[in-house]
Ligand binder design. Structure first.
Ligand SMILES: Nc1ncnc2c1ncn2[C@@H]1O[C@H](COP(=O)(O)OP(=O)(O)OP(=O)(O)O)[C@@H](O)[C@H]1O
Ligand SMILES: [Mg+2]
Length: 305
């Protein structure tokens, strides 16, 4: 009974003081992050900020130099298959599908952690795999329906357009029935229509009871989607909060634009340049104060279709 109470009240993910060093480079530094049941949390930050490295620490691909990662209150061993078995699934920034397998087979392979059969049995299609196949196949087809790929079930995954390969990665990750799904740039390379469809898909995944932690550079996508957003800059968590809070935080804007923020070294000089530019132009926006920039960002997001 105590255990049940703990399970229902604890966050799905608790990352505590996660640090990852590669030799002299600290890619992730003392990052704390919780994800609660029913949440969609965004992880943003400039290129090289440490987002993917943090995911790799969460999923056991890397053993963090310091810190711990717990799923539903239990500390995870840093082994990818044990992390998946525990209930965390992920997609990769660089798509990792079995190119010469069909769409359906790719999802079936993702299912192996939830059947008694092992990965090799699934790949070799041994007798044990065939017995379990009927149930797994039904579930896999369900997931292909869910992600909009059912009519491509028999296609080789390498023949899918890029956007559909990304969707297939999501379907495969869902096949392990995760309680938490980690998405690393799910809309990279997608057109606006595909991005919009992915947004709906992530909402639907959340509505079915899987919490989501998503890395993305597309700010409109992130701010439309996420209940909470954490910003990584040079390996450290700079800000965390609702989309509104993060969008209007001048430090976040500065980190992305690479410009100093108020109080930062060189801020006075930057203000002088800005004032000079404002004086030199007739347009109101070029030399606009920080507030204007922020409002512009918000408006663009709200206007998003
Ligand atoms: N295996 C590794 N060995 C050494 N350095 C690494 C390794 N993996 C990542 N890094 C370094 O860690 C830093 C963070 O990289 P990471 O890929 O996590 O950034 P990111 O935030 O995901 O960037 P992007 O938005 O471009 O995907 C970079 O400086 C990168 O070069
Ligand atoms: Mg990355």
């Amino acid at each position: 009974m105590t255990q049940m109470t703990t399970t229902t009240t604890s966050p799905v993910l608790t990352a505590t003081g996660v640090t990852m060093r590669f030799g002299g480079l600290t890619a992730v530094q003392s990052v704390d992050l919780n994800v609660h049941p029913g949440e969609i949390v965004g992880l943003i930050g400039p290129n090289g900020a440490g987002k993917t490295t943090f995911f790799n620490c969460l999923t056991g691909l890397y053993i963090p130099t310091e810190g711990s990662v717990a799923y539903q209150g239990t500390v995870l061993p840093p082994k990818p298959h044990l992390v998946t078995q525990a209930g965390i699934a992920r997609t990769f920034q660089n798509i990792r599908l079995f190119a010469n397998m069909t769409v359906l087979e790719n999802v079936l392979v993702g299912r192996h952690t939830r059947t008694k059969e092992g990965l090799w049995s699934a790949l070799l299609r041994g007798p044990g795999f065939k017995r379990a196949e009927a149930a797994s196949k039904a579930r896999a087809m369900e997931l292909l329906e869910f992600t909009g790929l059912a009519d491509k079930a028999d296609h080789l995954s390498r023949n899918l357009p890029y956007g559909e390969q990304r969707k297939l990665e999501i379907a495969r990750a869902l096949a392990s029935d995760p309680g938490l799904l980690l998405l690393d740039e799910p809309t990279a390379g997608m057109n606006p229509q595909e991005t919009r469809a992915t947004e709906e898909l992530v909402f639907a995944i959340r509505d079915l009871g899987t919490a989501v932690l998503v890395i993305e550079h597309d700010m409109r996508f992130i701010f439309n989607l996420c209940d909470r957003v954490a910003v990584l800059v040079q390996g450290q968590k700079l800000v965390e909060g609702t989309s509104e809070i993060v969008q209007s935080d001048e430090r976040v804007i500065a980190a992305y634009l690479g410009t100093p923020f108020e109080g930062a070294p060189g801020a006075e000089e930057a203000a002088e340049v800005e004032a000079a530019e404002a004086g030199a132009t007739t347009g109101a926006t070029t030399g606009a104060p920080q507030d204007e920039t922020q409002r512009g960002t918000t408006a663009r997001t709200e206007d998003g279709q």
